[in-house]
Design a protein. Structure first.
Length: 510
């Protein structure tokens, strides 16, 4: 059946499929979604509430057979009607997916909050709206995409016409992390589908719920069977590695740790599959004495502590011009101490728990390591005590450190928690040198009121994204990605569409 027909006949199809689909619907928890069917095949692992550490559900773990079924379903889709679909048809479908997310907005928010512990205020203003926006953005971008053509001279004088058509890559694996689960998954799924690929997605084992809701939306709005498939599980030795290593996967789009990127690259090396990698960061902020002081403090509080520091773009290294260093540290520490750490659903909560016990332990280990390395702790530095069930949850305090040497591990390694280290600099040259002294290069922030300094410094910073007097302002059309160990390739706008399709040059002799 042509997919366009299915878009408008969803309700009829539901009636025909009837009871069986209703029984299989995953409303009681995470499920795989393969070839248009939900299932929970495989052993399960527990889903844990980060607020109090209780087990709240079970997640099926896909084995090799399940992953193989998903890849085959995707292959069938991409070699069938979906592979012949037009950009206009796919754009219409993407808009329906965006509508479908918005129709179930509250469910998506609740699921994201339950899995991650992030404040409702964040999930409802960033994560879920952005997920819908990702589909809308690529519906527009794929439709409005210009291609170039050239008329070339030929020896006989008749000439030739060259033009480019774009072909989807085929079956694309999308592997996502837990920090912005739906936002980052859809950031890849939307352009992959817009370009005409079929997708097998694997969300993080810690945050399977919104991906499952997304599969429900795909099912409801009439995404043809096999175009979007979902498998759950872990990384190494589990669904993640089985998927990226599957010979039927034509390309891998991955967001996560740099070390995982290395492992995935090894797994695709044999078959030379293209990769798009968004990896870790240890992002610097440079605060010059001529900056608007309050704006710089405010922006650094946001950039260090949003989502409990669990955003790849978060600032973990702050360099402040010496003339304002002491005042800046005092103001930042005061603001960090004032952040309200607590239940995600409570009004006014600034920071929820970290995502897991393992991650909480890792972050607290870094707090202790920093102290051993000679840090002075100006705010935080430990796990808060609430005197209730939250003490079994995964909370840590927002933390401000100073006094570490440039080669301290806490300055060099990504912690991915609500913590930043502040160090002084004396001039612009030193500021740029310190900022670039990292194996990572994802984002950097510059606070200055000097226009010429901003333009002078920004291009010297080894980062894929440089913000001046702001942080995390994102226009979805702009390139997004990192240099050095922070990534390979760029996403965003036409960059994603470039990755998810192959240009084919057609040369016609006139
Ligand atoms: P992670 O690398 O541990 O896991 C990410 C995903 O990869 C998960 O779905 C996991 O199951 C899977 N995975 C793990 N090992 C695998 C393997 N060998 N083969 C295939 N899949 C595998 O990362 P995380 O802890 O979920 O996320 C935090 C990390 O992500 C941080 O380093 C952060 O900086 C980074 N991140 C980067 C960006 C960016 O845009 N650059 C955005 C968000 C997060």
């Amino acid at each position: 059946m042509p997919f366009a027909v299915r878009i408008v006949s969803t309700s009829v199809e539901k009636e025909v499929v009837g009871v069986r689909e209703a029984e299989a619907a995953p409303r009681s928890g995470p499920a795989h979604y393969i070839g248009g069917r939900f299932d929970r095949e495989g052993t399960t692992f527990p889903l844990v509430n980060p607020v109090d550490g209780t087990v709240v559900g079970a997640v099926p773990e896909a084995g090799a057979g399940t992953v193989d079924r998903a890849v085959r379903a995707a292959r069938d889709a991409v070699t069938g009607d979906w592979g012949r679909s037009t950009a206009e048809e796919r754009g219409a479908l993407l808009r329906r997916i965006a509508d479908g997310i918005e129709d179930r907005f509250d469910e998506f928010v609740a699921a994201e909050v339950a899995d991650t512990g992030k404040p409702v205020s964040l999930a409802s203003t960033v994560d879920i709206p952005r997920a819908a926006a990702n589909f809308r953005a690529y519906a527009d971008l794929v439709w409005g995409r210009p291609e170039r053509s050239f008329t070339s001279p030929t020896p006989d004088g008749a000439g030739a016409l060259n033009y480019t058509v774009r072909r989807p890559l085929g079956v694309v694996a999308v592997v996502a992390p837990w920090n912005l689960p739906l936002l980052l998954l859809t950031w890849k799924v939307a352009p992959a589908l817009a370009a005409g690929n079929a997708v097998v997605a694997k969300p993080s084992e810690l945050t399977p719920s919104t991906a499952t809701l997304l599969a429900e939306v795909m099912d409801t709005v009439g995404v043809p069977p096999g175009v979007f498939n979902l498998v759950h599980g872990f990384g190494e030795g589990s669904a993640g590695a089985m998927l990226t290593g599957h010979p039927g996967v034509d390309a891998v789009a991955f967001t996560g740790e740099s070390a995982t990127g290395t492992a995935i690259m090894r797994s695709v090396a044999e078959r030379l599959a293209p990769v798009s990698f968004e990896l870790g960061g240890k992002n610097p902020a440079l605060v010059f004495a001529d900056a608007d002081f309050d704006a710089a403090v405010d922006g650094t509080v946001r950039s260090a502590f949003t989502n409990a520091g669990q955003v790849c773009l978060c600032t973990e290294r702050v360099y402040v011009e010496r003339a304002i260093f002491d005042d800046f540290v005092a103001a930042l520490a005061e603001r960090a101490r004032a952040l309200r750490v607590g239940r995600p659903e409570q009004d006014g909560t600034d920071m929820g728990p970290l995502v897991s016990a393992e991650h909480r332990d890792k972050v607290l280990d870094y707090y202790r390591l920093a102290e051993r390395e000679g840090a002075k702790t100006h705010a935080g530095g430990a796990a808060p005590r609430f005197g209730d069930e939250r003490d079994r949850g995964f909370f840590v305090e927002p933390t401000v450190l100073t006094g570490l040497a440039p080669d301290a591990r806490a300055v060099r390694e990504e912690i991915f928690g609500p913590v930043c280290h502040v160090a002084p600099f004396d001039d612009e040259v030193e500021a740029v040198r310190l900022a670039n002294d990292s194996k990572y290069g994802l984002a950097a922030t510059v606070w200055t009121s000097s226009l010429s300094r901003a333009h002078r410094v920004a291009p010297q910073l080894e980062a894929g994204i440089v913000w001046v007097n702001c942080w995390n302002l994102r226009d979805l059309r702009t390139p997004f990605g990192g240099v050095k160990a922070s990534g390979i390739g760029r996403e965003g706008g036409e960059h994603s569409l470039d990755f998810f399709s192959e240009p084919v040059n057609v040369c016609v002799k006139l």
